[in-house]
Design a protein around this ligand. Structure first.
Ligand code: MGD
Ligand code: MGD
Ligand code: MO
Length: 761
């Protein structure tokens, strides 16, 4: 008899069907209005041959080839849990004693799993914090630049992370929505912490209510046909120029909201004084958008209730601060901030759950543990940290000291997927004495580790999925026994804590069941303060989910409404209490790459300076995966071309290079090269190439920096440069490449085959 249990993932809720101990099918959750298709890839991925079956140590590490030796090329040696726990606990103790607690890098950025208790990074950081501390990273890859910038401009990052102006407000009050980077349908399948799929229904409802959408993007496919958006093609990385010219035109026509600028905005005149040459004709030369279209868009925005949005991708580019700040300046000129369903909001097209109508209720969350070590880097600056021990790094007005890192530890993230310029990372990675990775699968980062600890997947343990962006809290029942010798991250770390004498502080003497009851119970109490009475744990667990109430009909939410109504009584948390279009704090940093007002600064790499045969590569989020997760599954496999990640070009660019649909090509620049399968599409700005992230890194010669990635990980091509010395965000989207036919024999893809194993040293 099949057993069916409730479960969840970042890519959607599902019911897990188990037959004879095997997870055979993921059925959509009955209450999901539009079940995500990615859940179907979960069973094959969980049971894939690329699971790590037991603990391993890199042969070279055991033989003393540690710092100074490239990782990725050696075979792995199987070891017992007892032995690996002992070796690792000793290594940690020795490193802490000889080099200090900050010699351990535990930033461990990554999405890990939807379950909130077993969230790997949270568990790892708890273990490392209680053991004495670790060097951390701050901010999320997704919107790191905006996390640094927006507090200076709008007072806090709630505009990014918190409760956003909801879709019902937009549908009711806005008539026009300008979407930089579109509202990509694929991105809505995913919500951190899991959600029902409301993304497409919300957007459709707004279109049906009469909102007209404009998709300003290099790619027409960034909005779905059903919302009937106008496509305005743009050169990547040039949105700031478009926005400055729109503002300039609004001011030329006297259409700006003088009253709002006077009462709610600071620094407008200083900013306006920089707009002298920023005409629509000037912007046409940069963006490729006709000046007449720029004028029309400006007038459309000024002439009707308008919502402005930008995808997170825009700030994952060189000077990514500028398009976001300039978009806030445009909203200021329109005087729309805080008007019902209008103003500016980021990421409506970047993830499920953004702007999902909901009541202000907390989510179930794991306790964060204070870290005694103060050292940190902005996320994405890992290579510089490893390259430059004892050096400093400018970040948001600070001068960060970079400690010498001896141990790099990752649980629930895959830097050999997510980091830029992987060849440079590979070189810097060899500076560490020891690299520890907890992973269910032989991913890129696991293959470049010294100590590999096999972790369970969510299906092998009990947990709770929850996000503040959705109205369901979902029980995640254990469906199958752990595969091989895999263990829960929590249990791996509890044993390590035990070896160092602090098991009880780590576990607080709770087992899994007690933790889940504790976290759930704490959430129930928090909800009670908001007037929502959640069921007790037993009922929740038996039912499989809790449904939180929706807002009452007509109860819509608009950000900054109170500030708009009374900026004296409800000021923003900026130095002036107003929207800062000149920021004294940023100006005082004295940075040419991020001056005191929103500015056009030509990008480091773009079509403006490209050679005639270069293309601008956008490495966007995959429709067929969550980042590198699910890459071994059937949905990702079906999309590949001769086993390689597709690269999308327009017909004219393919023709110019003598390339045909379906052929394998070599994509390269001065930083690296990968293979890809050519797909020719319509609706793409010429000289732009698109490649999804997430195909597992598969160097032809493992361990050799610069080796060809035969599978198609675009991060061998991207540059690892901070957006500016203010934000220091990742800037993957500013990347030029060349594409040529691959004429040699096709090397096999080995990304999903476990690495060589040697039984003894
Ligand atoms: N070129 C380019 N690069 C990018 C981006 C881009 O746009 N372009 N986008 C960036 C962005 S926004 C992001 S968020 C990052 C994403 O980067 P990551 O979050 O690092 O990517 P994931 O593939 O989700 O990695 C999560 C890892 O956790 C593992 N995992 C899952 N469950 C568990 C568990 O229970 N325990 C343990 N121990 N491990 C588990 C998975 O197997 C996987 O290897 O990529 C960034 N990189
Ligand atoms: N299916 C799926 N969904 C996901 C994820 C996933 O891995 N899979 N990852 C999730 C995560 S962690 C994140 S952070 C979000 C990311 O959300 P986003 O950052 O919004 O996602 P991207 O796909 O990188 O970019 C969206 C679109 O922006 C356009 N674009 C890129 N550069 C420019 C530019 O300079 N100007 C303009 N106007 N447009 C540009 C591209 O055409 C691209 O399709 O997605 C989330 N959603
Ligand atoms: Mo992200």
């Amino acid at each position: 008899m099949d057993q069916i249990v409730p479960h969840a993932s970042h890519w959607g809720f599902f019911d897990a069907v188990v037959r004879d101990g095997v997870f055979v099918e993921a059925r959509p959750f009955a209450r999901d209005p539009m079940p995500a298709r990615l859940v179907a890839a979960t069973p094959a991925t969980v049971h894939s041959a690329t699971r790590v079956d037991q603990p391993y140590i890199r042969k070279g590490w055991l033989q003393g080839r540690r710092a100074g030796h490239a990782r990725g090329g050696d075979p792995f040696v199987p070891v017992s849990w007892d032995r690996v726990t002992r070796i690792l606990a000793e290594e940690v103790a020795q490193t802490r004693a000889e080099h200090g607690d900050n010699a351990i890098f535990g930033g461990s950025y990554g999405w890990a799993s939807a379950g909130r208790f077993h969230h790997a990074k949270t568990q790892l950081q708890r273990y490392l914090a209680l053991g004495g501390g670790f060097t951390n990273s701050v901010n999320a890859y997704s919107y790191a630049t905006a996390q640094a910038l927006l507090p200076h401009v709008l007072g806090d990052v709630e505009v990014l992370l918190g409760r956003m102006t909801d879709w019902s407000a937009i549908a009711r009050h806005a008539r026009f929505m300008l979407c930089l980077g579109g509202l990509a349908e694929k991105n809505g399948q995913v919500t951190s912490g899991a959600a029902a799929q409301t993304y497409v229904p919300n957007m459709r409802a707004a279109a049906e209510a009469g909102v007209r959408f404009v998709n300003v993007s290099p790619f027409r496919g960034d909005t779905m046909e059903a919302i009937g958006a106008e496509w305005v093609p743009i050169r990547p990385g040039t949105d700031t120029a478009l926005l400055l010219a729109m503002i300039r035109h609004i001011m030329d026509r006297g259409l700006e909201d003088r009253g709002f600028l006077a009462t709610h905005v600071t620094g407008w005149d200083r900013f306006a004084a920089t707009l002298g040459g920023r005409t629509p004709e000037w912007a046409e030369g940069i963006t490729g958008i006709p000046a007449a279209t720029i004028r029309r868009l400006a007038e459309e925005c000024a002439g009707q209730p308008t919502m402005l949005t930008a995808a997170w991708s825009l700030q994952r580019a060189d000077h990514g601060e500028q398009p976001y700040w300039t978009l806030v300046a445009l909203a200021s000129a329109l005087g729309s901030i805080g008007k019902p369903g209008q103003g500016v909001g980021f990421g409506y097209g970047s993830s499920g759950g953004i702007g999902n109508p909901r009541r202000a209720l907390p989510s179930v969350s794991m306790t964060a543990t204070p870290n005694p070590v103060r050292d940190f880097i902005p996320v994405g600056r890992i290579t510089e940290l490893l390259e430059n021990p004892g050096g400093t790094m400018a970040y948001n007005g600070l001068n960060l000291a970079l400690p010498e890192i001896r141990i790099v530890w990752w649980a629930g993230g895959n830097p050999f997927h997510h980091h830029q310029d992987l060849n440079r990372l590979l070189r810097a990675w060899s500076r560490a004495e020891t690299v520890v990775v907890q992973e269910p699968w032989w991913t890129g980062v696991a293959r470049h580790a010294d100590i590999v600890l096999p972790a369970t997947t969510t299906l092998e343990r009990n947990d709770i999925a929850s996000t503040s962006r959705d109205r369901f809290v979902r029980a995640m029942h254990r469906a199958i026994a752990p595969l091989g010798q895999a263990r829960n991250d929590h249990d791996i770390l509890a044993d390590l804590a035990d070896a160092s004498g602090f098991r009880d502080r780590f576990t607080e003497q709770r087992d899994e069941g007690a933790w889940l009851r504790f976290l759930y119970g704490r959430w129930v109490s928090a909800c009670a303060k908001f007037g929502f009475e959640a069921p007790d744990f037993e009922s929740f667990w038996a039912e499989g989910h809790v449904e939180m109430p929706l807002p009452a009909h007509g109860e819509e939410y608009t950000q900054f409404a109170e500030f708009r109504a009374d900026p004296e009584a409800s000021p923003l948390d900026t130095p002036s209490g107003k929207v800062e279009i000149f920021s004294e704090a940023i100006a005082a940093m004295g940075l040419p790459d991020c001056p005191g007002t929103p500015s056009w600064i030509p990008p480091r790499e773009s079509l403006l300076t490209a050679a005639p045969d270069e293309l601008h590569l956008l490495s966007f989020q995959p429709a067929t995966r969550l980042h590198s997760q699910l890459d071994p599954g059937p949905i990702a496999a079906a999309d590949k071309i001769q086993g390689r990640e597709p690269i999308l070009l327009c017909a004219e660019d393919a023709r110019a290079r003598g390339l045909a649909e379906g052929q394998v090509v070599r994509v390269w620049n001065g930083r690296g090269a990968c293979l890809a399968g050519l797909r020719i599409i319509e609706g793409l700005t010429p000289a732009v190439a698109l490649m999804a992230t997430g195909a597992w890194f598969d160097p032809l010669e493992p361990g050799v920096p610069g080796s060809l990635c035969v599978h198609g990980n675009p991060n061998v091509l991207t540059a690892d440069v901070g957006t500016s010395r203010m934000g220091q965000g990742p800037s993957a989207q500013s990347c030029l490449v060349r594409v040529e036919p691959w004429r040699e024999a096709l090397p096999p893809v080995r990304a999903h085959v476990p690495p060589p194993i040697e039984e003894t040293v």
